[in-house]
Design a protein. Sequence first.
Length: 79
Amino acid sequence: CNAFLLGLSFAGDSYAAPLTEAQLASALEWLTPRWTKYQWSLDWMTDHRQVAPGRKDDLNPTEWARLLALLRGKFGGSG
């Protein structure tokens, strides 16, 4: 998957502690110029749990939902 997917990662264990506001803001700062340039969609977003079920378990589903809600609020769309 790494040959055709772009990864966004966060430091820490999202099961032990939620993502911080600074982490989420940093993700938005990095994503914003690329989102427009490449015309990304929330329909294209996925996480490790979906790509490698049983092998990867990040992000915590609650944190994945927070991230998607933030992206939906910033960029609109489904997902």
